[in-house]
Design a protein around this ligand. Structure first.
Ligand SMILES: *Cc1c(COP(=O)(O)O)cnc(C)c1O
Length: 430
């Protein structure tokens, strides 16, 4: 059994002439799992097909946006229909109001919002807004939480940076980094310490569930304690729900955990596979955004009709039964993994929350901190990743990344996947 990927290899060689690492986003380059990336030509439902004709069950799902699966019929139809009427006006259009209403109805903390073109833009703008609203400069972020690639957020961030072992990025000035205070996730005392010793803090930005450095869940009532501390010290709380928004529940982590943020950032699912980011908050906070207020933020293609149509088509399908199906599928996966975890116990861990999962090569039986993820065996993950590809399963190409289920995945997909995991682990851990 050997996967033939010669066309991908040839494309990769060509791509490397023009694109750094042959890619437009670093982790795609397969550096942390070895070899070269696969080039894909088709996706339908839970399956993707590469240029050599190999078919895979996909769990990367474009890193999270595709909660309905690849090329969902309603999303595709919506894009086709709207494209015939023009792709962008750079002027308002009616569907912007429709999608704004859908988001506001889902997130009690959002009364007003602004659409941008990526998660990065959303968090960057949210922080500018927090600074503009409070008049303070410093921000608190949590080790391992990733909020996109804005300079002042590329400090102790996750995934791509973890993969490349960069504590930081070249090109980020000390000036940029000095206003960012980094503390451990799941550590209430650390947050209390920082808040009680600084009076120039604008906001605290957090992934309510850490999904960019493995999958780390908030322990106990951690999020409520973070909320209470921010309130007490008059610091705005930003929940970066670019992954968790519309994923953990319609109302994201805020609905799931019953904790309300001051500013929420969204992305990924909100664009249904097209480039969309969102930041939103109360009327009072959003009144600071231009042209109502002094915080400038703009975008040529922001809220363009195609991205908005894809977002609306996606959000319209995310009804309660969709989340029930995702939860059932997640539970089915978790149950099916139990015997496997038992067989390889002490060397391998499977963690699942809602429709997100992570695979760790570790002897820990619970992952609660970035340090624990750091100790996982990434060489074993790399070998495991190759074994899974051989068996027709496409996982995100880094041991620091999570996997995503979509409503297009089936129990048969999961059965096939669990057998592949079992066989691959037998090879890797033999
Ligand atoms: C993906 C992600 C971002 C960045 O979004 P882009 O669209 O890639 O710029 C920000 N925050 C979180 C939590 C993310 O997962």
């Amino acid at each position: 059994m050997a996967l033939i990927t010669s066309k991908s290899k040839e494309l990769y060689v060509q791509a490397c002439k023009y694109l750094p690492g042959g890619v437009n986003s670093p982790v795609r380059a397969f550096r942390s799992v070895g070899g070269y990336p696969l080039y894909f030509k088709l996706g339908k439902g839970s399956h993707i097909i590469d240029e050599d004709g190999n078919e895979f069950i996909d769990y990367c799902m474009s890193w999270g946006p595709l909660i309905l699966g690849h090329a969902d019929n309603d999303v595709v139809k919506a894009i086709q229909q709207i494209a015939e009427n023009g792709t962008s006006f750079g002027a308002p259009h009616a569907a912007e109001i429709d999608i704004a209403r859908l988001v506001v109805d889902s997130f009690p903390g959002i009364q007003k919002l602004r659409f941008v073109n990526s998660g990065t833009e959303a968090t960057m703008s949210a922080i500018r807004l927090a600074r503009g609203f409070t008049g303070n400069s410093k921000i608190i972020k949590f080790d391992g939480c990733y909020h996109g690639h804005a300079d002042f957020l590329l400090v102790a961030a996750g995934s791509g940076l973890a993969t490349f072992g960069m504590p930081d990025s070249a090109g980020v000035t000390k000036g940029n980094a000095k206003d960012t205070i980094v503390i451990p996730y799941n550590d209430v005392d650390a947050l209390h310490q920082v808040l009680s010793h600084n009076d120039d803090i604008a906001c605290c930005i957090i992934e309510p569930v850490c999904c960019n450095y493995g999958l780390i869940l908030p322990e106990g009532d951690y999020l409520q304690k973070v909320r209470d501390l921010c309130t007490r010290y008059h610091v705005l709380l930003i929940f970066d729900e670019v992954i968790t928004g519309f994923r953990l529940a319609r109302g994201g982590a805020q609905e799931r955990f019953g904790v309300k943020a001051d500013i929420t950032t969204l992305g990924k699912i909100a664009g249904g596979g097209l480039p969309v980011g969102v930041y939103g908050a109360s009327h009072e906070i959003m009144s600071k955004v231009a042209p109502d207020g002094p915080v400038y933020q703009a975008g040529t293609l922001s809220g363009n009709p195609i991205a908005i149509a894809a977002g609306i088509a996606t959000l319209q399908k995310l009804v309660p039964s969709a989340y029930q199906k995702l939860e059932q599928l997640g539970q089915y996966f978790e149950d099916a993994m139990q015997p496997v975890v038992k067989r390889f116990g002490g060397r391998f861990l499977f963690v699942r929350f809602a429709s997100i999962f992570a695979l760790y090569f570790t002897d820990d039986d619970n992952i609660t901190s970035v340090d624990m993820v750091k100790e996982c065996n990434m060489q074993q993950f790399a070998q495991f990743h190759r074994e899974m590809l051989e068996r027709g399963i496409y996982l995100s190409p880094s041991g620091y990344e999570v996997g995503f289920l979509s409503i297009a995945h089936t129990k048969e997909d999961i059965d096939t996947t669990v057998i592949a995991i079992d066989e691959s682990l037998a090879v890797v851990l033999s």
